[in-house]
Unconditional design. Structure first.
Length: 313
């Protein structure tokens, strides 16, 4: 990389030291985040084009300092179809039902083509990467007709696997019902299929998932906590992910995390999050570090929700 531009989130303190080992320019952009060794180019919306050009010129200048011996660009290339907003999803569904776009989604959840939905968020955890935890979790869920929605850094893992490439929909073991839905919606929108994994933006776009769940719950006349939906942070590492997980628990969703939260020091907190919260919001915390066991636990929660809604288990 010639340049890495950061604002205020998901920034490791050691970035400046790592960048100094290469020709990479580390550039900060907000007044209250400055890193030793970084170049500070303050951003303002009024001068966005001018500032962007300045940053690009810094990157072009750094390119001349590349050391070919230290550059390793992988030969693999993966196309991605990413950045679905709620409006984009509703727009795609409207190709199947113009007057009632959400109905095709609901119909396919009811008939089991979409067994449930799991939102997978968070960051790759260097200590968990050797397990290929996220890849195994996502593929195991897709195999069981579970629609997977991703946000944040974990989306990069699925993109690198080709799971965001619509043309590779037949390259993975995906449940026949889910695959049929992805192909039908995608082809109605002029694509070979929707990608196997639906990307809804960065980690700060998780609220998009909440907006979509709210729309579904209101249309069905049930609580969000009644929907066959689970949240997961399979490689939990940052404090922000804990806050996001708490938000999902507040919505009433079962939330899977790995590795386990450091909450065992408080008996009360542990009991509330793992069992007591179910009677307050409907949410429950699932802590499981084995991806295969986690898949079964998540499917079990979806099964419970489906049975409560009198849908086929």
């Amino acid at each position: 990389m010639e340049a890495m531009v950061v604002d205020f989130q998901c920034i490791w303190p050691i970035l400046g030291q790592v960048a100094s080992c290469y020709h990479t320019k580390l550039i900060t952009t907000v007044p209250y985040v400055k890193i030793p060794g970084a170049l500070h180019i303050e951003f303002s919306p009024e001068h966005a084009d001018e500032i962007a050009e300045k940053i690009i010129n810094e990157a072009i200048g750094a390119y001349a300092n590349r050391d070919p011996a230290r550059v390793n660009i992988p030969s693999e290339v993966s196309e991605i179809f990413a950045g679905f907003s709620v409006e984009a999803i509703v727009g795609a569904l409207s190709k199947l039902n113009k007057n009632d776009p959400l109905q095709p989604l609901i119909d396919n959840i009811v008939n089991g083509n979409i067994y449930g939905v799991v939102g997978i968020v968070g960051c790759p955890n260097p200590k968990e990467r050797r397990k290929l935890y996220t890849e195994r979790l996502v593929k195991g869920l897709l195999k069981n007709n579970v629609m997977v929605i991703v946000t944040g850094c974990t989306a990069h893992i699925t993109a690198q696997e080709g799971l965001m490439d619509p043309s590779k929909i037949d390259s993975f073991e995906i449940g026949s019902g889910l695959k049929a839905v992805l192909k039908a919606v995608g082809q109605a929108s002029g694509l070979p299929s929707l990608p196997a994994v639906i990307h809804m933006g960065s980690c700060v776009d998780n609220s998009r998932i909440g907006v979509l769940l709210k729309a579904l719950s209101e249309k069905l006349g049930v609580k969000v906590s009644d929907l066959p939906v689970v949240a997961s942070a399979p490689e939990l590492i940052t404090e922000k992910a804990v806050a996001i997980g708490t938000w999902a628990l507040g919505l009433g969703l079962p939330v899977h995390v790995a590795p386990a939260l450091r909450i065992e020091g408080s008996k009360t907190v542990t009991e509330v999050l793992t069992s007591g919260l179910k009677d307050i919001t409907g949410g429950v915390l699932i802590q499981e570090e084995d991806p295969d066991v986690a898949i079964e636990a998540i499917l079990g929660k979806i099964r419970e929700k489906r049975l409560a809604l009198k849908l086929n288990a």
